[in-house]
Design a protein around this ligand. Structure first.
Ligand code: GDP
Ligand code: MN
Length: 381
């Protein structure tokens, strides 16, 4: 679960990181009042989940409360990464001397929580890593010992933090690390961490991504969820108990089991197609969940064909087949479908699908090939 900047900062404040005060506004008038209370100049910032808001025009300076209102109106009219802007953060503007990047990430290939740091902050770290990899430090933490003084030392030296900021910087690294572990994050980053003309070291922007599987033990973070900022398809999937990740291809996949879903995506690619999503309907899925999965898959206008691949273990093939036939009849948009159901009650499932005139396949290779052909305009129904 991605958290907006103001939510991420709310969490970092619990760890006593140096933050500026801020107020949330949802209207231009609200931004004006916030600027009056906070004192100008201020920065008005779109609270969307996408990065690169600055480049997209979603971060603007304002020298007076009236200007804050005007900038707020402009930002509220923007669409950033395809989404509308509903919420603004108004916060005092500072005179930035230098911008650093400081983040912690769960680095799966290093099998370690890793500190990422760069003295070329402010811009996206992926871009720095691409254009000037030597400017980015990746420093893995020991999995059992966690953050040690020598880790802080290494980062401090890499960034050439000035003597007067060293103790504050150490507290920031410690606080960010504690926040990362404390909320079971996958990512906790500060960009920029800035020195100011008046000699302060401040967190000006923050982003935390929490591991979804850990949310049950963080009800306070779950309560920060802003449904207006999430994809409708992802909200529907969560409510239906379906694991869903949208991708860029044309072949919608409905599969039970995460491993089988990955395999199905691989075989779609092998057959020359591109999956439109990862979707796991889970074990023991009943027809309501199948219907929800259809709605989610077909809400993506890129989907040109659907490949359904079910292995009946606890899940009964005939139950899924019924679900497919029923749900398909109720859809507003029809696309070609290829169905493969094997395992428990596969024969019953095959009869139901044949009666409904659905294209079936026995092997997974065949199913993937048929789905790719169908998406390209070949024969499946
Ligand atoms: P992002 O583009 O989504 O990462 O949004 P940020 O909050 O990081 O803002 C983008 C950039 O705006 C920062 O890197 C700064 O250069 C600039 N910025 C943000 N806050 C201030 C501020 O208080 N004063 C000044 N001068 N620039 C700011
Ligand atoms: Mn930023």
């Amino acid at each position: 679960m991605k958290l907006q900047e103001f939510r991420s900062k709310e969490i970092l404040a619990r760890y006593e990181l140096p933050l500026l005060p801020g107020e949330i506004a949802t209207t231009a008038a609200g931004a004006r009042e916030a600027a009056e209370r906070l004192g100008v100049p201020v920065v008005v910032k779109a609270q969307v989940l996408a990065g690169g808001r600055g480049k997209a025009g979603g971060v603007k300076l304002a020298a007076t409360p009236d200007e804050a209102a005007a900038r707020a109106a402009e930002i509220l009219a923007l669409r950033i990464a395809g989404g509308a802007v509903h919420t603004l953060l108004v916060t005092p503007a500072v005179d930035i001397a230098h911008e650093y990047y400081l983040g912690l990430v769960l680095d799966r290939s290093a099998k370690a929580v890793t500190i990422i740091a760069s003295a070329e902050g402010g811009i996206e770290i992926e871009e720095v890593a691409r254009t000037n990899p030597a400017a980015v430090l990746r420093h893995a933490l020991h999995p059992l010992d966690g953050l040690q003084p020598h880790d802080v030392q290494a980062v401090t030296e890499f960034l050439a933090i000035a003597d007067e900021h060293r103790s504050t910087f150490a507290a920031i690294v410690e606080g960010l690390t504690a926040a990362f572990f404390g909320c079971d994050a996958e990512l906790a980053e500060i960009n920029p961490l800035a020195t100011t003309g008046d000699g302060r070291l401040l967190v000006l922007d923050a982003k935390i991504v929490v591991d979804d599987s850990a949310l049950p033990r963080h009800p306070d973070i779950e309560a920060m969820r802003d449904l207006a900022e999430e994809e409708p398809a992802e909200i529907a999937a969560r409510e239906a108990g379906i694991s869903f990740i949208k991708l860029e291809g044309t072949i919608g996949c409905m599969v039970n089991g995460a491993g089988l879903a990955m395999t199905t995506m691989d075989l779609v690619k092998l057959a020359g197609g591109e999956p439109a999503n990862f979707l796991d309907i889970g074990g023991g899925a009943r027809h309501e969940r199948v219907a929800a999965a259809f709605r989610i898959i077909l809400s993506d206008p890129n989907v040109k064909a659907v490949l359904i691949n079910i292995f009946g273990g606890i899940t009964r093939g005939d139950e899924v087949a019924h679900g497919i036939v029923e749900a398909r009849a109720a859809l507003d948009r029809q696309v070609p479908m290829v169905v493969r159901i094997v395992g428990t009650n596969a024969d019953e499932a095959a009869l139901i699908l044949e009666e409904a005139d659905l294209q079936t396949a026995y092997s997974l290779d065949e199913a993937a090939e048929l789905a790719v052909a169908a998406a390209e305009g070949g024969g499946a129904t």
